[in-house]
Design a protein around this ligand. Structure first.
Ligand SMILES: [Zn+2]
Length: 100
């Protein structure tokens, strides 16, 4: 699943230097590794996405983290859908392919 963010107007909200400076900076800072935590452990797979940890209008590096495609898609689909996420969290844990 690719998630729905690519087709949204989110791109228009990003600062002009997102792709030239901010995004490469965050990926380099995080060593191109996914910083998402799964059961307390860092995912660590190759990251090619940059995600807003909190406020999506805050583009400061401390509010940004590198994520792999899977984690970014999961987080994006969870955002704005807190009710469904709450239900999903009660389901049994899925094995994460990155932890094999
Ligand atoms: Zn990940």
């Amino acid at each position: 699943m690719s998630g729905g963010w690519a087709g949204s107007n989110r791109r228009a909200e990003l600062p002009r230097d997102w792709y030239t400076h901010i995004r490469p900076f965050v990926l380099a800072r995080d060593e191109h590794r996914c910083r998402n935590r799964i059961d307390g452990r860092v995912c660590g797979r190759r990251a090619n996405q940059v995600d807003h940890i909190g406020d999506r209008d805050n583009h400061r590096p401390e509010n940004l983290q590198a994520l792999c495609e899977d984690c970014h898609a999961k987080k994006s689909s969870a955002q704005g859908n807190a009710a469904r996420w709450a239900v999903r969290r009660q389901r049994p844990k899925e094995r994460h392919p990155g932890l094999l």
